[in-house]
Design a protein around this ligand. Structure first.
Ligand SMILES: [Zn+2]
Length: 98
C-alpha cells in the first residue's frame, strides 16, 4: 500500500534522534521499492503518521512535516518518486528531482 500522493519529510539519521513518549508509537513494517525494510511509525492514539525509518547501515528517519510548527521547515532540497508525478506537477524551486 502506498501513502498519500504528497508527503513532506525532514530526513535525519536515526542515531541523532531522541524520542519521548515512545510507548504511544505503533509501527508497521514493509519492504520498500529499494528492497530495504521501511518501518512506518504512527501515533497509537490517533493514527497520525510520525516517521518512516528506513533500515540500512546509515539508518534514516523521514520525519513527517506535520510534526513541526508552520513556517519552521527548511526549503525542500530534493523531491523523490518524481517518476510518479502528475503532468500538472512542477518542481519546487531549488529542489532536485530524483
Ligand atoms: Zn495522536
Amino acid at each position: 500500500m502506498a501513502t498519500g500522493h504528497f508527503s513532506v519529510n525532514l530526513v535525519v539519521k536515526t542515531a541523532s534522534l531522541s524520542i519521548t513518549g515512545e510507548e504511544h508509537i505503533k509501527q508497521y513494517s514493509a519492504t520498500a521499492e529499494s528492497g530495504n525494510t521501511a518501518i512506518r511509525k504512527f501515533c497509537g492514539n490517533c493514527g497520525s503518521p510520525i516517521m518512516t525509518v528506513v533500515a540500512g547501515p546509515e539508518e534514516s528517519a523521514f520525519l513527517k512535516g506535520g510534526l513541526f510548527p508552520s513556517g519552521s521547515l527548511p526549503s525542500p532540497k530534493q523531491e523523490l518518486f518524481t517518476k510518479r508525478a502528475e503532468k500538472w506537477e512542477k518542481p519546487i524551486d531549488g529542489a532536485q528531482w530524483a
